[in-house]
Design a protein around this ligand. Structure first.
Ligand SMILES: [Zn+2]
Length: 226
């Protein structure tokens, strides 16, 4: 009798405590994940040709944005941004990797560099989403993450209400070269960010690397607003 009760009790508990997908509320098969495979698989990739046709910021050789910045994308990254669900960032990076073609890149002299946050913002938030995305990319692409080559020296105000020109001004001299930068070691830098909008942030970061002799700079973002 005790066992029957125990089973019912456990069934009851699991009914309420099995984690649900943060996007669609479906019960998760893998209790370690926070978003179900169905939701992840519905993300719309931007066709490769189209991703290359975006206005290219002057300091970048290429920008590759992987997913369309639609409602689903925003729902997936919301818990990463506002509820501290760091695993989403890593998973996003892993899923982005499948769409990136790096055949012409010498991986031994390439690094993945997330767009750094200012130390004050980093303290407030506790983590940098772009770091997490880079960790996911590194797992599959086998290009190492290097966070030491670039630093944020200006705590810029939020860009959401600024137009393209204001964004550019806002980002001027926001970045500086990092303490661990070593030009001889690096041929290609992949700058990693979450969303590509006007490209002003990425362009400002790329400018610093360019001025310090990096030849190839390619932006990789999880999404691009169309
Ligand atoms: Zn779901």
């Amino acid at each position: 009798m005790k066992n029957v009760f125990s089973d019912v009790h456990n069934g009851f508990l699991s009914l309420f405590f099995t984690p649900l997908c943060l996007v669609c509320d479906k019960r998760l098969e893998n209790p370690k994940s926070v978003i179900c495979d169905d939701c992840w698989n519905k993300l719309q990739p931007i066709p490769y040709e189209k991703s290359l046709n975006k206005d290219l910021p002057e300091n970048l050789d290429d920008v590759i944005s992987v997913f369309v910045f639609d409602e689903l994308f925003q729902k997936i990254v919301h818990p990463l941004k506002y509820q501290g669900k760091r695993s989403i960032g890593v998973e996003l990076g892993v899923r982005m990797s499948g769409y990136l073609r790096l055949e012409n890149i010498d991986k031994s002299s390439a690094v993945l560099t997330p767009i750094p946050l200012h130390p004050i913002k980093m303290r407030e938030r506790g983590y940098n989403q772009s770091d997490l995305i880079s960790t996911g990319l590194e797992k599959v692409l086998e290009v190492p993450v290097d966070t030491g080559i670039l630093r944020r020296i200006k705590n810029t105000q939020t860009q959401t209400k600024l137009n393209a020109n204001e964004r550019k001004e806002n980002m001027e001299s926001a970045f500086g070269i990092g303490k661990y930068f070593n030009r001889d070691r690096i041929e290609t830098v992949f700058l990693v960010d979450d969303v590509f909008t006007t490209g002003s942030t990425m362009n400002a970061a790329a400018k610093v690397l360019r001025e310090n002799g990096i030849r190839k700079i390619i932006g990789i973002t999880a999404a691009a607003a169309e």
